[in-house]
Design a protein around this ligand. Structure first.
Ligand code: DX5
Ligand code: ZN
Length: 234
């Protein structure tokens, strides 16, 4: 099943609890939580305190944490304790990616491997048995609102093929960066099953009486597009 994961990076941080409630009520399946450290990527976002605040606020939906943080191992447990269901790491940000993925699983969360647009797909091969999902970056990490890099479709197809042909068909493929209503169908056709979108959802123009209805309009349009490109996909 296709899952839509709004990235909180594009939300109104002053109203974060309400923003997350609104996108979930609008039909989002999970919440994508981008963590940037001003070292591995040139931007600074939020840490585990904000994640636990969302849980305390009453958010029960799955939250996947995308760690753009170097070094990464020490902080993994803090995010799981704060309420992450899934945690993705970048192999370039870890001295020992195999160990980082194992730490995530030992903490009881799903382990994701994030592949930048310039990272060879072969990096995944020795880590196949340690990875629950691949996070295909369709922009260079660090900022929301960037344009989708078209080469990401071919890379997504190649990763999906590698997973299926190596006996890891249960491993998911999420795509992250520049996902909009007009390209989400192609990403689905390329084999992505989880679609992360920040600015396309939280940045939608205000038209309805409530933000919740604005978000519902985009999420529904995204599902329609996925359904048009993949049979039984949405
Ligand atoms: C980029 C982040 C993405 C980003 C998505 O470093 O990992 O999750 O926030 O935002 P949009 O959809 O605006 O590209
Ligand atoms: Zn992300």
């Amino acid at each position: 099943m296709a899952e839509i994961a709004p990235s909180i990076l594009a939300a109104d941080f002053a109203r974060l609890g309400a923003e997350v409630e609104d996108v979930l009520a609008a039909g989002a399946d999970l919440i994508h939580f981008d963590v940037m450290d001003n070292h591995y990527v040139p931007n600074l976002s939020v840490g585990p305190l904000v994640l636990s605040a969302l849980r305390r606020h009453g958010i029960e939906a799955p939250i996947d944490v995308h760690l753009m943080v170097k070094p990464v191992d020490r902080i993994i447990g803090e995010f799981i304790e704060a309420g992450a269901c899934a945690v993705a790491i970048h192999p370039e940000a870890s001295e020992h990616p195999h160990r980082s993925l194992a730490l995530i699983r030992e903490g009881g969360a799903e382990a994701g491997l994030a592949l930048n647009p310039g990272t060879p797909i072969s990096v995944l091969e020795p880590l196949l048995g340690s990875t629950d999902y691949v996070l295909m970056m369709s922009v260079n990490p660090g900022f929301g609102g960037q344009s989708f890099l078209p080469g990401s479709l071919e890379r997504t197809r190649a990763v999906r093929r590698l997973l299926d042909e190596s006996g890891h068909s249960k491993v998911g493929v999420a795509i992250d960066g520049g996902i909009k209503v007009d390209n989400i169908g192609k990403a689905a056709a390329a084999g992505a099953d989880t679609f992360i979108a920040g600015s396309a959802i939280f940045g939608v123009p205000e038209e309805a009486p409530s933000r919740r209805d604005d978000y519902r309009r985009v999420v529904a349009a995204m599902r329609d597009e996925i359904g048009r490109h993949v049979e039984g996909g949405a």
